[in-house]
Design a protein around this ligand. Structure first.
Ligand SMILES: Nc1ncnc2c1ncn2[C@@H]1O[C@H](COP(=O)(O)OP(=O)(O)OP(=O)(O)O)[C@@H](O)[C@H]1O
Length: 475
């Protein structure tokens, strides 16, 4: 035993049991039973109120059935439940959306909370390392609520004090598999609260047919496909620049042609002009009649066309200076969309140094100064490395289609995008399953959204050419 008395010199003392831990007897303050009972009661009431607030449909059904059983007996209760079931069925058939919103999804959310999340919450938190064991006590993040819709479960979670979003984004794989889902997205709901999204099915698993050509000219967000939650994918092109990156066969063409298709009525109305740069001569050449003289394939012609767009942009900027700060498309000043298929052919892979510098400078000028005066760039790219595309950060909105390596995801969408669930490197290389599927990260939102562009087939492009040439002849 190691004992040191006041005044003793520690170095002259000898201990025979040096490993003995010093154990203190904790001070025990006896709490009166009434206080313990009051605390328990308060917790019980708080839990009940919370349960009623979160699961009103279930509480209503249970309380109603119990009351009916007590007042009128089991026969009347069964009859009432039968009537309620019939009424629900007729509601579901006559107005499916409101039935699902008020009854269907809340019931499903209760079922999934009860059977899956409530039961597996603690083990998943502990094993994934999100729970903590401090001084003999277990601390676990709190599952605040579960919401369901047609394709996913959304869990609102209260993080432990001191946890960061990164603690969660680093564990999305464990969370997804722990709760029986294929993927998990993490987004911030408020200070200390996160929303975890677990898809139950994939609404983007099958190819989508091309969106019909709009009848009304529109330069606003153009519908080109579908988002993961089933809502239309509307891409903003006017007032931004877009970079679409994806490996070969990822479906970049669908995004390019889908956008042109969505703008076709505006092109015919003279509100939009498309400058098409097609150095691969494979993609845009198929519908080159749509672009008229604003089509270029050789690097020299591409550079000339880009310089033309830059001159137009600068002329507009001079005219707008001091008069207007944003652009409204008119026939006199249409929105100019510069579409570049495989931009690396014109920048990184261009052997003529002078031409390469000229093209890169023109693209940088357009992407830095174009959006306020109605000039936008939509560029497609296979390899997103900085050496290949050193101006990729000048594009405010980015789309990552199927990529070969996980590191490329953040190169395209920005830091932390893959951690937040943009698994572009997991998209299937089988065209039916994965072509046109990608993650969109907009300037306005850090959360990547999974989308699929509708497939614009060669026949659809031929139809578009016919519409344009037919309109030209009719004039
Ligand atoms: N949205 C889509 N839905 C379903 N299938 C698609 C879609 N887009 C493309 N595909 C299929 O994938 C194939 C490759 O598409 P696409 O040529 O657009 O890819 P890409 O990314 O432009 O490739 P590359 O860089 O080699 O030109 C198409 O021939 C088509 O069969």
């Amino acid at each position: 035993m190691f004992r040191k008395l006041p005044g003793d010199e520690a170095r002259n003392l000898v201990t025979t049991t040096p490993d003995t831990a010093v154990v203190f007897r904790p001070a025990v303050v006896t709490t009166p039973a009434i206080i313990t009972l009051v605390i328990w009661l308060a917790r019980l009431i708080r839990g009940l109120v919370r349960f009623i607030w979160r699961h009103p449909v279930v509480v209503f059904l249970l309380a109603g059935s119990v009351a009916c059983l007590h007042l009128y007996g089991w026969r009347a209760t069964l009859a009432l439940l039968g009537v309620a079931l019939l009424a629900s069925l007729s509601w579901a058939f006559s107005d499916r959306a409101s039935f699902l919103g008020y009854v269907g999804w809340p019931l499903l959310a209760f079922g999934r909370w009860f059977w899956i999340y409530r039961r597996t919450w603690q083990p998943v938190m502990t094993i994934s390392g999100l729970g903590r064991h401090v001084r003999g006590r277990d601390y676990s993040p709190r599952l605040v609520r579960v919401d369901c819709d047609g394709w996913a479960d959304r869990l609102t979670v209260r993080m432990l004090n001191g946890q960061s979003v990164k603690d969660w984004t680093d564990r999305i794989d464990g969370l997804a598999h722990g709760f029986g889902s294929l993927s998990c997205r993490v987004s911030v709901a408020s200070a200390g609260h996160l929303v975890l999204t677990f898809p139950r099915r994939d609404p983007l698993a099958a190819p989508l047919p091309a969106v019909p050509v709009p009848l009304v000219p529109t330069v606003g967000p153009v519908e080109i496909g579908s988002q993961e939650d089933g809502t239309p994918l509307r891409l903003k092109v006017h007032g931004t620049h877009l970079l679409v990156a994806g490996a070969t066969g990822a479906g970049k063409g669908s995004f390019i042609w889908g956008t042109i298709r969505g703008l076709l009525a505006a092109i015919l109305a003279g509100l939009v002009q498309v400058y098409a740069l097609d150095p691969k001569r494979m993609e845009l050449s198929y519908g080159r009649e749509i672009f008229g003289r604003r089509y270029a394939a050789t690097p020299e012609k591409c550079a000339d066309l880009l310089d033309e767009a830059v001159s137009l942009m600068q002329e507009r900027a001079d005219r707008f200076a001091g008069r207007q700060r944003s652009h409204t498309p008119t026939t006199a000043d249409p929105f100019v969309l510069v579409v570049v298929d495989e931009v690396a052919f014109l920048t990184a892979y261009q052997s003529d140094k002078g031409l390469r510098h000229r093209i890169t400078a023109a693209l940088a000028t357009l992407t830095t100064q174009g959006r306020a005066v109605g000039v936008g760039v939509l560029a497609a790219l296979q390899d997103p490395r900085k050496e290949v595309m050193n101006i990729r950060n000048l594009f405010p909105d980015k789309i990552a289609l199927r990529l070969d390596e996980s590191e490329q995801v953040d190169m395209v969408l920005g830091d932390g995008a893959r951690d937040r669930g943009a698994l572009a490197d997991h998209i299937s290389p089988i065209p039916e399953l994965g072509a046109g599927v990608g993650y969109v990260r907009l300037e306005t939102s850090p959360d990547p959204v999974r989308v699929r562009a509708a497939y614009v087939s060669d026949e659809d492009i031929r139809d578009m050419v016919q519409i344009v040439t037919g309109a030209g002849e009719a004039l």
